[in-house]
Unconditional design. Structure first.
Lengths: 115, 108
């Protein structure tokens, strides 16, 4: 079975531009979460979606938004890019998004560089 | 908020040596996961271990939820074990919170 997939693998953008990152969860998984990992740190939670609804949001500005589609894939959008948005963006999927916390599985990430 | 502390931050081992990585967390645990991040950034699931002990080959993990810590044991280390090891923790309705990781270098 395929794992979590993300696209693109790498991306270079200019300050002020907009970016869309994509994620497809493991088949049968209905919850997708997004994380940002800057160099030297652990991943930080951005959003969680379950059954197309936002179930959690981390401490990120409104420039960050996301959505989940009927097939449970997800997009992360970042507007008005700043240099500090340069990071590895990770997507994780799990069976559910409720209080019972199932194991999360991560994709290979999208490495975003903002110049 | 929930805090996850990992120690040591850096570890250098000779190939064949054993090691213990520690993860302390500040709240009761619903989920505790250990990951290995390879040089390309991929987070590889090692253990899902909210409590008890599990073993997988040369790796094993123990979580003592009542004392709020988890240990990852690596035996007979190999150069391919190099990378960053993260523990991450869920409690209640919170998202997965990661520690800062332990950077392991295994030298031949």
């Amino acid at each position: 079975d395929a794992g979590v997939t993300q696209s693109p693998t790498h991306l270079i953008k200019t300050r002020g531009q907009h970016v869309t990152l994509r994620c497809s969860p493991i088949s049968g998984h209905k919850s997708v979460s997004w994380y940002q990992q800057v160099l030297g740190q652990g991943p930080q939670f951005i959003f969680q979606y379950y059954e197309k609804e936002e179930r959690g949001r981390g401490n990120f500005p409104d420039r960050f938004s996301a959505r989940q589609f009927p097939n449970y894939s997800s997009e992360l959008n970042v507007n008005a890019l700043l240099l500090g948005d340069s990071a590895l963006y990770l997507c994780a999927s799990s069976l559910t998004g409720g209080l019972i916390r199932y194991e999360q599985y991560f994709g290979p990430g999208t490495r975003l560089t903002v110049t | 908020g929930i805090q996850v502390e990992q120690s040591p931050p850096d570890l250098i081992l000779q190939e064949g040596a054993n090691s213990t990585l520690r993860c302390n967390f500040s709240d009761s645990v619903n989920n505790l996961q250990w990951f290995h991040q390879n040089p390309w950034g991929q987070l590889i699931n090692l253990f899902y271990i909210p409590s008890g002990t599990k073993q997988n080959g040369r790796l094993s993990a123990t979580t003592v939820a009542t004392e709020r810590y988890s240990l990852l044991y690596i035996s007979s280390s190999q150069t391919t074990d190099s990378g960053v090891y993260f523990c991450a923790h869920h409690s209640g309705n919170t998202p997965l919170v990661f520690g800062k990781g332990t950077r392991l270098s295994v030298i031949a």
